[in-house]
Design a protein around this ligand. Structure first.
Ligand code: TTP
Ligand code: MG
Length: 391
């Protein structure tokens, strides 16, 4: 089975969570840039479900929204909070399956193929647990759609929003999609909707009554996909993203600066952010890069290859600062960044030699392994020099 999980009115729900005055009220969140620095109050990024009752939706100019609902409360977004909530959501998913495909800051596909016995086929139960965990740990509601493929799961998660839970039983995909207006079918944009309607196709059911060749002839390859999706057929698999190749952070300074103290404090701040992610993802990197952009936009990056992989904020900062001191010309900067890359794929186990009482036990275990597989089957890395000569 596949789940599609989508947080409800995400940005607005977080604002309502943190400010009781906003609860149960029509709330509009102004568009925020991803760094959370400036808020564009011109357009609605999202709005609470109380506001949606007035016909307000994402992307609508705020002045227009306020005409529909004059008592709506407009708030600025707080991107850092949304990022944290999103991270928590993904951490919850990881507890239930490792097959997670993120599709946005507040939504993802989760695959449970291979987990049928593990969860006793009780996917409604799993979905309820995930919804409860999101509510308890993040403080907002989510909607979940469950189906045998991505398309139907996605349509199901939106079916009973907010706080929805919809399971489409195997074999009932076509029936479930039948009544949806054609414009609501995932993959159908505004232009296609117009064209489909002009052909007399108002609902997904109307699409299902047409043949595949009709769609192929009218829309080409895209038509095949739309026809298949409308018929509840979707072969796409849930694909987790490839592992990160680097972890980096940069910041455009609020105003250009040549104050070394301030610049280094910013550098240290970035290193702490990077370390948090590296620790969370259990990564260590051997290459450190600093990026500096001067007021005239000229940009330089400098790299340093390290003897051993690093993930600690203090050590990242130690090397970043060294590079920075070496290359910065003391002219004003507008951007500063740090990146750690070249991750170690094989992490070495560290024996804790300080725990002396454990040593005899550990050595006895080593001896047992050697009795069975020979001395060189297991040895401290420091012996590799010997092995090269003796083996
Ligand atoms: P969505 O999941 O599309 O919307 P939503 O969570 O607000 O509402 P729903 O209950 O229908 O899922 O997007 C997630 C967040 O992304 C949303 O809260 C705000 C942001 N966003 C924008 O900034 N601009 C946009 O145009 C859209 C659609 C979303
Ligand atoms: Mg959402």
């Amino acid at each position: 089975m596949i789940f599609h999980v989508d947080l409800d009115a995400f940005f607005a729900s977080i604002e309502q969570r943190d400010n009781p005055v906003l609860r149960d009220k029509p709330v509009l969140v102004g568009r925020t840039d991803p760094q959370g620095k400036r808020c564009f109050r011109g357009v609605v990024a999202t709005c609470s479900y109380e506001a949606r009752r007035y016909g307000i939706s994402s992307g609508m100019p705020i002045f227009q929204a306020l005409k529909l609902c004059p008592h709506a409360i407009v708030v600025e977004g707080h991107f850092e909070k949304y990022r944290q909530a999103s991270q928590k959501m993904y951490a919850i998913f990881d507890r239930y399956t490792f097959q997670v495909e993120p599709t946005g800051i507040d939504e993802a596909y989760l695959s449970f193929y291979g987990f049928e016995d593990f969860y006793n086929q009780d996917f409604l139960g799993v979905a309820k647990q995930i919804k409860n965990a999101i509510y308890d740990e993040i403080g907002i509601t989510a909607s979940v759609g469950i189906a045998k493929n991505k398309l139907v799961a996605k349509m199901a998660s939106g079916f009973q929003k907010p706080d929805g839970l919809t399971l489409v039983i195997n074999g009932k995909e076509k029936e479930f999609l039948n009544p949806f207006p054609i414009g609501k079918l995932f993959g159908v944009g505004f232009q296609t909707e117009k064209k489909l309607k002009s052909l007399g196709i108002q609902t997904v059911g109307d699409l299902q009554n047409k043949t595949l060749s009709f769609f192929k002839n009218t829309f080409g390859k895209y038509g095949e996909t739309i026809w298949a999706w409308g018929s509840g057929i979707d072969e796409r698999v849930v694909t987790p993203p490839p592992p990160a190749k680097s972890v980096g952070r940069s910041i455009t300074l609020p105003s250009n600066s040549d104050n070394p103290q301030y610049l280094k404090a910013t550098l240290f701040y970035l290193c702490q952010k990077i370390a948090r992610q590296l620790h969370g993802d259990e990564l260590e990197g051997r290459c450190l890069t600093t990026i500096i952009r001067y007021a005239d936009f000229s940009t330089y990056s400098h790299q340093k290859i390290l003897k051993s992989p690093i993930s600690s904020a203090f050590i990242i900062y130690h090397h970043a600062q060294e590079l920075f001191d070496h290359f910065w010309t003391t002219k004003k900067l507008r951007l500063i960044g740090v990146r750690v890359s070249h991750f170690d794929t094989q992490r070495q186990l560290q024996f804790d030699f300080n725990a002396k009482e454990k040593l005899p036990k550990m050595e006895k275990s080593l001896e047992k392994i050697r009795e069975k597989f020979g001395f060189w089957s297991i040895y401290p890395a420091s012996l590799s020099v010997v092995t090269r000569q003796e083996k």
